[in-house]
Design a protein around this ligand. Structure first.
Ligand code: UDX
Length: 430
């Protein structure tokens, strides 16, 4: 780690912090800037604003290389590459809200030895707009697109062992410097133009979301025809053109990226005059998939008024406390609208869930959640739920229905415990 270049990271949210800690691990000094004073104060004391396995340990280990500040000047003084990792949430229309990105651009002084490196997910053409702004204001800044592909829950590993690094630039010093920064990771490099780099990110997420909605529709047909989607996915996945990943049928995708990015790409296409038919369906299938659980419950329990329903897991996936676009949000509100009493347990996300879900009773443990329940719905496949003692669960319930929203359990084992099993797309087994 000789002569590692100091960098700046603007925005200490999920992507910014993981990127900062990752580069610190590679030996870079990192100047982390955020406008949120409380967040920066907390970070100085080692308090993480998000829950991500391994992150606080990494930040702790590289305390001396990580510099937290609310003053952009600190980063400008020490670094020539300023990574931008601010939020780009969806607006009402589904277009990405770029106000935070533009605020960062506006705050830059004139300089011919600095570059903005865009990590935030932005629509194709954003780089061009920013370059035009820099040119009009004679700021001299260079611009590089360097999208992130971090998965929550394994973000540190994804940073240190990426499938690929994508760098979009104009073949200038800034692009060279970003390539150099990532060189120690020894990952396949895609160096390309800015617009193509921007599109790689959106297209990758849209494709993965398409894979999920596709297998969810196959699951729904399996339910009608008696096939088991778990077996079907196993058979499909061995074709290496298809691959085994992202073929798990369930109650839909959530999170801060897929729903937002699929919608953003659909909007981007629409704004440029192209109607992206496939993505409309990907989104619609996902919305319907979250609601199918209600029908499954009603099939066995009839009307849900005054029924006790236990939800196991609330986070949009395991190993995160992230509740953004989680299927549990739709599920819990549909259940309450139908008059059911909902008791929920999540090993980590309860705090986040309390901010978003009203009228649900939060349980201390899985055992506490299922006590007296008419039905249990497995919502998030946390590892600890795979280990549940199904016989004890059956004994504690008032009813006997287990809806396995992530096909986590072996249907035969569930039945052996005296429960009725309903999975997603498990044909004869549902
Ligand atoms: C995703 C992308 O994977 C990542 O590259 C990008 O940078 C950000 O968005 P993340 O949001 O952390 O990462 O979640 P991911 O692990 O990809 O899962 C997304 C959702 O899809 C989850 O709700 C998960 O439950 C669901 N999913 C995933 C399925 O329903 N079936 C599958 O087979 C895989």
């Amino acid at each position: 780690t000789t002569n590692r270049e100091p960098i700046g990271v603007i925005g200490t949210g999920y992507v910014g912090l993981v990127t900062a800690a990752g580069f610190a691990e590679l030996g870079n000094d990192v100047y982390c800037i955020d406008i949120d004073e409380a967040k920066i104060e907390g970070l100085k004391q080692g308090k993480m604003p998000i829950w991500e396995p391994g992150l606080s340990e990494l930040v702790e280990r590289h305390r001396s290389r990580l510099h937290f500040s609310t003053d952009l000047a600190d980063a400008l003084e020490h670094a020539r590459l300023l990574f931008v990792a601010v939020g780009t949430p969806p607006t009402y229309s589904g277009d990405a809200d770029l106000s935070a990105v533009h605020a960062v651009v506006e705050s830059m002084p004139a300089s011919d030895h600095h570059a903005l490196v865009m990590k935030s997910t932005v629509p194709v053409g954003t780089g061009e707009t920013i370059q035009r702004a820099f040119a009009e204001q004679a700021k001299g800044f260079r611009y590089v697109s360097c999208p992130e592909f971090l998965k929550e829950g394994s973000a540190i590993k994804d940073f240190l062992e990426p499938d690929r690094v994508v760098v979009g630039d104009e073949g200038d010093w800034a692009g060279d410097a970003v390539v150099e920064l990532y060189a120690p990771l020894d990952a396949p490099l895609v160096r390309t133009d800015i617009k193509s780099a921007e599109m790689v990110k959106l297209a990758s997420n849209a494709f993965l979301a398409t894979k999920i909605s596709f297998i969810n529709e196959i699951a729904n047909v399996c339910e009608e025809t008696g096939a088991d989607v778990v077996e079907v996915a196993r058979g499909m996945g061995l074709d290496n053109r298809i691959g085994p990943k992202f073929l798990q049928a369930g109650i839909g995708f959530g999170g801060s990226c897929f729903p937002k990015d699929v919608t953003a790409l659909k909007q981007l296409a629409g704004n440029s005059g192209y109607h992206f038919q496939l993505l409309n369906s990907v989104i619609e299938v996902n919305e319907l998939q979250k609601r199918r659980v209600i029908a499954k419950l009603e099939k066995h329990l009839g009307r849900l008024v005054d029924k006790q329903i236990a939800l196991l897991g609330l986070a949009f996936k395991p190993n995160t406390d992230d509740m953004r676009e989680a299927s549990s949000l739709v599920l819990s509100s549909r259940l309450q609208a139908a008059g059911a009493h909902v008791r929920a347990y999540d090993p980590v996300a309860e705090g986040e869930a309390r901010k978003l879900i009203r009228g649900v009773r939060f349980a201390e443990s899985a055992a506490d959640a299922v006590d007296g329940a008419d039905a249990v719905v497995l919502v998030t496949e946390w590892p600890e739920f795979a280990e549940l003692d199904l016989a004890a669960l059956a004994g504690a319930m008032r009813g006997d229905l287990l809806v396995d929203g992530r096909n986590l359990y072996d249907p035969a084992a569930v039945r052996a415990a005296g429960l009725v099993y309903e999975g997603i797309g498990r044909g004869g087994n549902s």
